[in-house]
Design a protein. Structure first.
Length: 70
């Protein structure tokens, strides 16, 4: 596996897809994030999975907009 991808934070554009993943199917809530464009880099796949790398000095938890039921 690519060590750079391994270091990314996995995010999903649509929280409902979380239920499709075996190790996440029992989760009941997800955090909706509003992340400004200038706080990191990302790649997005067709299935809505996002690999995100936060820039130094930024903390992703600071961008939580709300917690949603899934």
């Amino acid at each position: 596996m690519d060590p750079c991808r391994f270091a990314s934070l996995s995010l999903f554009k649509d929280p409902s897809v979380v239920k499709k993943y075996k190790n996440l199917k029992d989760k009941t809530h997800a955090a909706e994030l509003h992340i400004p464009a200038d706080v990191g880099a990302h790649t997005t796949k067709k299935n809505g999975h996002v690999d995100f790398w936060c820039a130094d000095g930024n903390v992703v938890s600071g961008y939580v907009a709300q917690i949603v039921s899934i």
